[in-house]
Design a protein around this ligand. Sequence first.
Ligand code: PMP
Length: 289
Amino acid sequence: MKIYIDGKFHGERDAKVSVFDHGLLYGDGVFEGIRIYHGRVFKLKEHVERVFHSARAILLEIPMTPSELIQATIATCRANKLRDGYIRLVITRGIGSLGLNPRSCKKASVIIIADKIQLYPPEYYQRGLDLITVPTTRNLHNSVNPAIKSLNYLNNILAKIEANNAGVEEAIMLNAQGYVAECTGDNIFMVSKGALLTPPLAAGALYGITRGTVMELAEQAGIKVAEPNLTRYDFFCADECFITGSAAEIVPVVKIDGRVIGDGKPGPLTLKLTEQYHALTKVSGEPIN
Ligand code: PMP
């Protein structure tokens, strides 16, 4: 595997960062997870735009332009001869002193890892997932805004540990007002009376790129899409539920906190949107060659 670090490719064993990098010392940095399908990088422009927004929010200057970052990402896929896979784009604050002042870091580091994808087991998609709500509350906007895809994922990791301790794969996180925000690494949707609903971004969700794509697909199919504040009750009484993310794509949810959702099987709209999403991944994206 060839890993891009600041303009150069390194072998897996030599791809290293300094112990003084504030990405390691403080989780000071931003990242993206991107899919490669059939020799094309899916939604690359959208991911690059989001990483620039995350960086802007934390006053991190990415030492390249968006189009240079797009080119570097494509070059990394090409160097690894990938047709299908997963890209991790990481931008750290860079090397600085031990103090937390980011001004001691002279230049941000850009790391691009393009690898094979570790897919979720097929039974998640066929049978559907069980979710629980966990006690760890989603960060407030005025702390680390959840819209920032930062390297500081402890809020989500704590929730993930709580889910795993309870024997489930994913968790629903509530915000400080008690509304559903999203999951630990995925956005969440529900279907009620034919309409597709998902928490508003202000509820503490990431501006998910899969979320946006699914909403577009639903609108194109004439389905009403709305983003109201949603409670656990709304999800318990939903006809269908699913979660979305670049890695997970669309995963049906069949149980939440012990309540069976709909008829306990992946719902028809969930399956239809999954089919449309897969069709889109076959034809769209930035070509690698
Ligand atoms: N929410 C969180 C907290 C995430 O980390 C992610 C990405 N893994 C998502 C939602 C899904 O976002 P996207 O569809 O852009 O991958």
